[in-house]
Design a protein around this ligand. Structure first.
Ligand SMILES: NC(=O)C1=CN([C@@H]2O[C@H](COP(=O)(O)OP(=O)(O)OC[C@H]3O[C@@H](n4cnc5c(N)ncnc54)[C@H](OP(=O)(O)O)[C@@H]3O)[C@@H](O)[C@H]2O)C=CC1
Ligand SMILES: CC(=O)N[C@@H](CCC(=O)OP(=O)(O)O)C(=O)O
Length: 299
């Protein structure tokens, strides 16, 4: 039986992971080690559970995640970190199994796996295959727009939205230094940091990441079909990522409570908008963590 400790189990991501583990078939034989809620921030109590666990999933703010890694030093436990702390850190494997054909195998044997950011999952899934195929030059200057459900900002924001009605819609990250940019740049293969404008709508779960491109600016003037065919080939056989035909209207929360992501190439022949739709708490967080956990366990 594999023992799993979810550090930060009571938070938004932690809760989603616990519910998903509990819903897995019993034959997977997983045991969740839970901490006494009164001791959830006590370093000794956390280390004691890290010592017993085969895998610990860190669902903590970045500083607390870094602290957990220190607490686990010298122990046999493998770590899956949902925070932003280790996404491009040396020695950590990026937990996006669909990144390329080897990524699943890298995750399977890794001691340290970093779960991707929600926006990053959509952006990298759209950009990486196009850069790899040479359709998008590495030094192309890319803009990314995105909207997330309010659960993306954690428990305190959820309470604010649900108690006070919350704002209908807002842009944020307007200093243009969003915390996901380093991983987006690193794993998409771009040499320039994209211009990224995230936003939040007054709906709990869901996300659309969209990337506009002028095809005439790309080498060889590719067609929308070239882009779609490249994405389709990259994700053939992937259970959680689907490349689908364009739509005229895309609802941001249509995949709420699923662990899927849908990619589309919308176009008018000369201009395209690539879109990734997902649940920020599903493929954008807890669903991805379960995918990684099962890979790490060889299940
Ligand atoms: N929400 C999302 O869509 C996504 C979130 N993430 C990442 O997952 C991590 C958790 O986020 P989220 O679940 O939204 O956040 P929440 O605020 O909902 O939950 C964080 C949890 O961590 C606990 N905690 C805080 N400090 C410590 C500590 N020092 N030791 C132990 N426990 C601690 C909190 O307890 P208390 O509330 O009592 O302080 C809370 O239970 C973050 O790094 C976030 O960036 C990743 C992908 C998406
Ligand atoms: C709506 C909202 O605020 N979203 C968060 C990102 C979600 C998240 O916490 O992502 P990671 O921890 O995986 O990086 C933000 O923009 O900071």
């Amino acid at each position: 039986m594999a023992k799993i400790f979810i550090d930060g189990e009571a938070g938004t991501t932690g809760l989603g992971i616990r519910q998903r583990i509990q819903a897995l078939p019993r034959t997977y034989d997983l045991e969740i080690l839970s901490i006494d809620p009164a001791q959830r921030k006590d370093a000794d109590a956390r280390r004691a559970l890290l010592k017993q666990a085969d895998i610990a999933i860190l669902c903590l703010p970045d500083d607390a995640a870094r602290e957990a890694v220190k607490l686990a030093e010298g122990l046999n436990v493998r770590l899956l970190d949902a925070s932003t702390a280790h996404r491009i850190a040396p020695g950590w494997v990026y937990g996006l199994p669909e990144l390329d054909e080897q990524q699943g195998a890298r995750i399977r044997t890794a001691k340290y796996v970093a779960n991707p950011g929600c926006y990053s999952t959509g952006a990298i899934a759209l950009l990486h295959p196009l850069v790899t195929a040479g359709l998008l030059p590495e030094d192309h200057r890319v803009s990314i727009n995105a909207v997330s459900g309010y659960s993306g900002a954690g428990r305190v924001a959820i309470e604010e939205h649900e108690k006070n009605g919350g704002p209908a819609f807002f842009l944020y990250g307007l200093d243009l230094h969003h915390k996901h940019l380093p991983e987006i740049r690193h794993y998409s293969g771009l040499t320039h940091s994209p211009l990224f404008v995230p936003s939040v709508g007054h709906f709990p779960q869901g996300m659309i990441v969209s990337i506009p491109l002028h095809l005439k600016d790309l080498p060889g003037y590719p067609t929308p079909r070239d882009l779609e065919a490249t994405l389709t080939k990259a994700y053939r056989g992937c259970e959680h990522v689907l490349v689908l035909p364009p739509e005229t209207r895309l609802l941001a929360d249509a995949l709420a409570n699923t662990d899927r992501m849908e990619l589309r190439v919308h176009h008018n022949g000369e201009q395209v908008v690539l879109t990734a739709r997902l649940d920020n708490l599903g493929k954008g967080a807890s669903g991805a963590a379960i995918q990684n956990l099962l890979l790490m366990l060889g299940l």
